[in-house]
Design a binder for this molecule. Structure first.
Ligand code: FNR
Length: 347
């Protein structure tokens, strides 16, 4: 068992047993404007949507979580079954452990076996991309016969975890090289601190195909590292950064102006949150923690969770008079409170 691999197992256990969310993603401050005369048939609502030249049955995206430890295989198998059954996009967790040690590939390979038709995203950290180059990105895609690759950025976690990499120099150049030479779409993904307008400009400038904003207000790596830390100094450091980051709703408003594909992830907790994210400019709404818990339980628990999210999304679409996801993207919203104050400082 490698250090990377056992860390993956630690994370899953902590995520299921302890409170690992921090802050507020801003969805409570957003209200979709109710349409009392929707003039559409709720049972004919069309949640189908296009993303990177693929048609998905709904904008719910199964966000990157796990793989790389034998204990994670069953969770990935279930998530993949849900992706296949409901025709959802899905990201796997960081493939670093399996790239370091190919014996650990099985918990990733199972995802494509269970989801032969799904839109699957490989996953690699930007630090690993910088250090190992395009070859690792190619191996990550091949491992699961992926349709795209997500390059995740996690500077906050790198800064506060004992084994973190403190040098972020050369990442943007590595990203530019990948986008130039790679034959698959590249999605750049934060993991809980959000992306600003300026960072988004740098990412689009590097040639990325999509951004997953990975905003603040859901799963918190500062909190997870606090709970994992054996060294009290590191726990304090994590604690000090519990409120660091751009809330998901604010980040969405920072990034959306460009018209490029966007996944909103971080603190989405219902189909209504997905509807709000789409009204605010996202193409897909990603969820990790709300799907992890049922996925640790059973196929049926996970399928029930997905169906509940879809029902909420459909009712929200109906009540805004949105027959299609495109209609929903034009739905009006009210934005109040701290979220509004933060958005007003953009530009
Ligand atoms: C994650 N996330 C994540 N992201 C990534 O790009 N690579 C990874 O390996 C992981 N690993 C991972 C493990 C676990 C257990 C969780 C809960 C999450 C981050 C995830 O994709 C997402 O961006 C955040 O969790 C925010 O979404 P939620 O959890 O607030 O819905």
């Amino acid at each position: 068992e490698t250090a990377t691999s056992s860390r993956k197992r630690d994370h899953l256990v902590i995520c299921c047993e302890k409170p690992i969310e921090a802050g507020d993603a801003g969805f409570k401050d957003v209200r979709l404007v109710h349409n009392a005369l929707p003039e559409c048939d709720m049972d004919a609502i069309e949640t189908r949507t296009r993303f990177l030249d693929r048609t998905l049955s709904s904008p719910l995206f199964i966000a990157a979580m796990t793989g790389g430890h034998p204990d994670t295989l069953e969770v990935n198998r279930r998530l993949a079954r849900a992706a296949e059954r409901y025709n959802l996009g899905m990201g796997v967790g960081s493939q670093r452990a399996a790239l370091e040690k190919p014996e650990l590939e099985e918990s990733f390979v199972v995802v494509r076996e269970e989801a032969p038709h799904a839109f699957l995203c490989a996953n690699l950290g930007i630090i690993q991309l910088r250090d190992h180059g395009i070859e690792w990105a190619e191996r990550a895609v091949e491992m699961i016969d992926a349709d795209a690759i997500a390059i995740h950025i996690n500077s906050l976690q790198e800064a506060i975890q004992p084994e973190g990499d403190h040098n972020a120099e050369g990442c943007l150049e590595a990203l530019r090289d990948l986008c130039e030479e790679f034959s698959y779409p590249v999605i750049v993904k934060e993991t809980g601190s959000g992306i600003s307008a300026g960072t988004a400009r740098a990412i689009w400038g590097a040639g990325a195909s999509a951004i997953d904003i990975g905003g603040y207000g859901g799963t918190s790596w500062a909190k997870i590292e606090c709970l994992r830390a054996r060294d009290p100094g590191l726990a304090d450091l994590g604690e000090a950064f519990l409120s660091w980051g751009i809330p998901t709703v604010v980040s969405l408003c920072e990034v959306r102006t460009t018209g490029n594909p966007i996944i909103a992830t971080g603190g989405l907790r219902s189909g209504i949150d997905i509807a709000k994210a789409i009204a605010l400019g996202a193409d897909l709404g990603g969820m990790a923690l709300p799907l992890l818990k049922p996925a640790m339980e059973s196929d049926d628990a996970l399928f029930a969770a997905v169906e509940a999210i879809h029902r909420e999304l459909e009712v929200a679409m109906f009540l805004t008079g949105s027959r299609t996801v495109r209609d929903l993207s034009h739905a009006r919203t009210y934005i109040t409170g701290l979220t509004r104050q933060m958005i007003e400082t953009i530009n």
